[in-house]
Design a protein around this ligand. Sequence first.
Ligand code: UDP
Ligand code: MG
Length: 313
Amino acid sequence: MNIEHSQNEPELTVIIPAFNEACGILTFLDLLQNALSGCCADFEVLVIDDGSRDETWPLVRDAASHFSWLRCLRFTRNFGKEAAVLAGMRHARGRALVVMDADGQHPPELLPKLLAPWRSGSAHIVAAQKKCGSVSLMSRFNTYTFNRLMHALTGLDLANASDYRLLDRSVVNALLAFPEKVRFFRGMTVWTGYSMVQVEFEVAPRIAGTSQWSTGQLTRLAIIAITGYSAKPLSMIFWLGMFGMAAALLLFLQAIYSWFAGTAVSGWSSLTVVILFFGSANLLGVGVLGAYLAQIFDEIKRRPEYIVGETVE
Ligand code: UDP
Ligand code: MG
């Protein structure tokens, strides 16, 4: 197939956030080029180096000087995958945009299937869904819990969702117009309400290296996702308080009764339970308030989401 690389508005931009992916990134770019040249005549690939501490940047920069379809930019430090995806969306020129992991877990062979519904005009978003059973039991449990919680609290159904998805230019523009600093890409795309179809895929093993997400980072992402999309935990504290009032009222009646009946010392254990329960409920409530406060704090500082150190066009 004849590959052209126009300066403006290619059909497709592939965005690849990469953090410490030196071992596998060149292999992956090879696979990606093969897949792309078979299904798209006019594309560009945009690698965002999220402050890697290994050889990722020199490797990608050298590759960019050989391949006209490859552009890359580098953050001054690690700002996180969400920031890298945002930078990719801001720099992308394509009429459609695909976000893919740099580790080969998002198979490039799926690209024609992502492109087809968009080309035929039947969807603005084509989301690749992980097939069940393709990831480890532990991560399946975590994802399941997270998705159920997310669905219950926000109404967004993110079951089996991955960040591997194609977005039409109109969706990208809508996302870029979001003023918020703290972002959750997967939730935001669903939230826009643009027409979406899903395509299944098997999560491939990593080409090389290990996943760079720490449990702390994942927990933070989960808290951001929930507090960014739902105020329900706040109203849950309110209802917990109401429940506490009702329980206290019952206990008060019981106390009066036992005073009259002359058995006032009984009830020690129930009292301990109640104190423990509402003591921890208080702390939990303060913690939930803290999570929202932290979110507001981060938003109100209006800091840039990332800082670009170097770009190669
Ligand atoms: N990544 C990133 N910044 C980070 C962590 C990860 O840009 O701080 C990239 C990483 O290079 C990869 C993608 O995000 O391309 C997914 O990361 P990973 O494979 O570690 O996570 P998982 O496959 O477990 O979702
Ligand atoms: Mg991965």
